[in-house]
Design a protein around this ligand. Structure first.
Ligand code: PLP
Length: 375
């Protein structure tokens, strides 16, 4: 089936009592046993819940995987996945990943004995050079946040297989509609469902999906042991959001394409980062591994950063806010907002500057968005 059909139908029919068309919310913390050792599939909501189960099935299907866990935030999805490792293990990750992921990798997990090397993932040789005897995992985020650098997923997955490493891809920016990391050879794909998958800026959540039975069982065990699963209410909202994901992604992309071309022509803009531009230096790779360009744009504004407040303050439609992937357009300065947690060293290595502006292009009419920026 096509993604549009899967998004609407997979996993939703779990109401045998009244045949409701949408998945009911099962807010019960626990489920009673019919007899000793005999349940109807659920005993305690931290371990499993029918509403969360419906979303697990849906997202596993959309990503082409077999198993999924649904977590309370994107960061809890990342944290749960990292617990696949043990003290002494090493991870190779990109040097321009989401700031919160960078903070977790650079300052929290090293305290538990898990160490990281951050490299420019555009060059597979640099990834290869960073592999040590202790390396157990390669962490991919592509397109990267917010400079939209691209990692060659298939090349890195092949490299990982040769060294017996787990490959994880954060697919938050493109969603399964525009990129399928499992099909390109990754073992695990994860999301902040807060972004495009839910799409309505009214829930925070995460998901981890795999096609591997052993990793899937380990992830389910970890989600239960760590207590990182999401509430049934949040699962319901994300399941509602995901049904329109395929059509939302198309409009995000159309609007972002219009805005990116307009920005390229603007005299106050120095540089535009968008995967749909022919001038993107990795355009060939983009067309090989992505089926769309998504709705994220970054640009370098040709203005003194002290003037940014005046620019942001004059906007009516674009909200000055972190996060991304919702129906409304957002704008921000990664240097002081979404990526501030990288610290000075991390920021300097990432390629960001105080003039870098990130836009999450929403579903408004593109003419209105252009008019707002122009004004
Ligand atoms: N991964 C990416 C690419 C993100 O942009 C974010 C948040 O912005 C996260 C993970 C973390 O997700 P959450 O904020 O839902 O914890």
């Amino acid at each position: 089936m096509h993604p549009q059909t899967k998004a609407v139908h997979t996993g939703v029919y779990v109401d045998s009592a009244y045949n409701s068309v949408t998945t009911p919310i099962y807010p019960s913390s626990n489920f009673y046993f019919d007899a000793l050792g005999k349940t109807r599939g659920f005993d305690y909501t931290r371990t499993g819940n029918p509403t969360r189960g419906a979303l697990e099935e849906n997202l596993a299907d959309l990503e082409g995987g077999k198993h999924a866990i649904i977590t309370s935030t994107g960061m809890s999805a990342i944290t749960t996945t990292l617990f696949l490792l043990k003290s002494g293990d090493h991870v190779v990750a990109g040097n321009d990943i989401y700031g919160g992921t960078y903070r977790l990798f650079s300052s929290i997990f090293p305290q538990l004995g898990v160490n990281f090397s951050f490299v420019d993932m555009r060059d597979p040789q640099k990834v290869s050079d960073a592999i040590q005897p202790e390396t157990k995992m390669i962490w991919i985020e592509t397109p990267s946040n917010p400079l939209l650098n691209i990692t060659d997923i298939a090349a890195i997955a092949e490299l990982a297989r040769k060294h017996n490493l787990i490959t994880v891809a954060d697919n938050t920016f493109l969603s399964p509609i525009f990129q399928q990391p499992l099909a390109l050879g990754c073992d695990v794909v994860l999301h902040s469902t807060t972004k495009y998958i839910n799409g309505h800026s009214d829930v925070v959540g995460g998901a981890v999906i795999t096609g591997d039975d052993e990793i899937g069982e380990n992830l389910k065990g970890l989600c239960n042991a760590l207590g990182t699963g999401c509430s049934p209410f949040d699962a319901f909202l994300v399941l509602r959001g995901v049904k329109t994901l395929p059509i939302r992604m198309q409009v995000h992309q159309q609007n972002a394409t219009t805005l990116a071309h307009w920005l390229v022509e603007h005299p106050k803009v120095d540089k535009v980062y968008f995967t749909g531009l022919d001038t993107h230096p990795q355009r060939d790779l983009i067309t090989q591994q992505q089926t769309g360009d998504g709705g994220m744009i970054a640009f370098e504004i040709a203005a003194d950063p002290s003037k940014l407040d005046a620019f942001f303050g004059a906007l009516d439609l674009f909200l000055l806010a972190e996060s991304l992937g919702g129906v409304e357009s957002l704008i921000e300065q990664p240097w002081t907002m979404s990526h501030a947690s990288m610290g000075e060293k991390g920021l300097a290595e990432s390629g960001l500057t105080p003039q870098t502006i990130r836009i999450s292009v929403g579903l408004e009419h593109p003419d209105d968005l252009v008019a707002d920026l122009e004004r």
